[in-house]
Design a binder for this molecule. Structure first.
Ligand code: UDP
Ligand code: MG
Length: 337
C-alpha cells in the first residue's frame, strides 16, 4: 500500500500511453531519486488506456515498489486527460508531473522540491533550455506553439515549459476546482499566477519507444490551447467579414458604373470572383464559430475528462493485465472539444 493521505509529502504523476519499452528504465531511475529524497512519496502512474503491456509491467513493478500507485483509465483520453486524472487523485503536499519517457530528468525533482520549500513557492516550472535532441519538426512546431500561447495567454506562460513541473497542494486544489473540460495545464497553471520559480534543464532524447504525440494529438492540443484562452480567432472572422464587405461595396460601385457606361458584358469572371470570395469568407467564419460552439456544447454536456477503470490505492488486488482492446475513435465532438 502507498502511504496514507496525511503522510504523503510528494506525489509524482506519470501519464503513460503504450510505454512498455521505457517503463522499467524509468521506474529504476525515478525510484533511485525518490528513495533518496527522504520524504514520503507516491508515484501515481496513470495508464492512459494503453493497448500494449504497460499495465502488466506496472503490476510487476508494483510488487517490489509499494509506493507505486496504478491508475488505469478505461480508454485513451490523451495526455492532458491522463494528467487530470493523476492530479485529481494524487494526495501529496506537492505534486510533480513528469513524462514517462525520461525526456525530463527525474533527478530535477529534488531541485524543484528544494526550491519550492526554501522559497515558499506554489509552482516550479521545468524549463527546457536546450531542445537539441528533439527533431527539427518538433522544435519548430513547439516554437510556434509557445510564441502563439504567450501572445494569447500572456507572458506569464514560460517559454518552453511543458508538463514537467511541481505544484503545491493549494495549486492542485485550485486546478481541480476549475470547471475546464479540456484543461491545458501548461496555460492554466501560469494563468493562476501563483508564486512560481523555474529550474532549467536540457531535454534528453526519449529513452525508449516512439513518441505518443502524433500530429493529430498536437493539433488537438493547439486547438484546445487557443480556443480555451482566446476569442481572437473570432475577431479574425469579424475583420475578414468587414474586409469582404468593403470589397463587395467597391465592386457594387464598379458594377453600377459599368452598367451606366453600357459596358456590361456577360460578367462571368467578376461573378465567379465575388461568389468564390464571399463563399470562402463565410465558410472560414462558420468554421471559426463552430470551434467555439463546439466547446460550448461540450461544456454544457459536462462530460467527464477521464474514466477510472482501476486505482491500486482503492483496490490493492492486481488488475487483469490484458491490454485494453483498441477502441474506435470516439465521436469527434465529445472527444476533441
Ligand atoms: N501520453 C499519454 N496519452 C496520450 C499520449 C501521450 O498519457 O494519448 C503520455 C506519454 O506516454 C508520455 C507523455 O504523455 O509520458 C508525453 O508524450 P510523448 O513523450 O510521446 O510526447 P513528446 O515528448 O514526443 O511530445
Ligand atoms: Mg516525450
Amino acid at each position: 500500500m502507498s502511504t496514507t493521505a496525511e503522510e504523503t509529502t510528494l506525489s509524482v504523476v506519470v501519464p503513460m500511453y503504450n510505454e512498455e519499452a521505457v517503463l522499467p528504465i524509468m521506474a529504476e531511475r525515478l525510484r533511485k531519486v525518490l528513495d533518496g529524497l527522504d520524504v514520503s512519496y507516491e508515484v501515481v502512474a496513470v495508464d492512459d488506456g494503453s493497448t500494449d503491456a504497460t499495465a502488466a509491467v506496472l503490476v510487476g513493478l508494483r510488487r517490489y515498489w509499494p509506493q507505486l500507485r496504478i491508475i488505469r483509465l478505461r480508454r485513451n483520453g490523451g495526455h492532458q486527460a491522463a494528467l487530470t486524472a493523476g492530479l485529481h487523485r494524487s494526495t501529496g503536499a506537492f505534486v510533480v508531473s513528469i513524462d514517462a519517457d525520461l525526456q525530463d530528468p527525474p533527478e530535477l525533482i529534488k531541485d524543484m522540491l528544494d526550491l519550492a520549500r526554501s522559497q515558499n513557492l506554489d509552482i516550479v516550472y521545468g524549463v527546457r533550455d536546450d531542445r537539441s535532441t528533439d527533431t527539427v519538426f518538433k522544435r519548430w512546431t513547439a516554437g510556434v506553439y509557445y510564441r502563439m500561447m504567450r501572445r494569447i495567454a500572456g507572458n506569464r506562460v514560460p517559454h518552453n515549459a511543458g508538463d514537467f513541473r511541481l505544484l503545491s497542494r493549494v495549486t492542485v486544489d485550485a486546478l481541480r476546482a476549475l470547471p475546464e473540460q479540456q484543461p491545458v495545464y501548461r496555460l492554466l497553471v501560469p494563468w493562476l499566477g501563483f508564486p512560481s520559480g523555474t529550474v532549467t534543464y536540457s531535454r534528453e532524447r526519449r529513452a525508449a519507444g516512439e513518441t505518443k504525440y502524433p500530429l493529430t494529438k498536437m493539433v488537438r492540443l493547439a486547438a484546445d490551447s487557443v480556443t480555451s484562452f482566446s476569442a481572437a480567432p473570432l475577431r479574425i472572422a469579424t475583420w475578414l467579414g468587414l474586409a469582404g464587405f468593403a470589397i463587395c461595396m467597391a465592386l457594387v460601385v464598379w458594377v453600377l458604373v459599368a452598367y451606366f457606361l453600357g459596358v456590361t458584358v456577360p460578367g462571368w469572371a467578376s461573378l465567379s470572383v465575388v461568389l468564390l470570395f464571399l463563399g470562402a469568407v463565410q465558410l472560414l467564419c462558420l468554421g471559426l464559430l463552430g470551434e467555439y460552439v463546439g466547446r460550448i456544447f461540450a461544456a454544457s454536456q459536462g462530460r467527464p475528462t477521464f474514466f477510472i477503470a482501476y486505482d491500486s490505492a482503492e483496490d490493492p488486488t492486481p488488475l487483469p493485465t490484458a491490454p485494453l482492446q483498441r477502441q474506435p475513435e470516439p465521436d469527434p465532438v465529445s472527444a476533441t472539444r
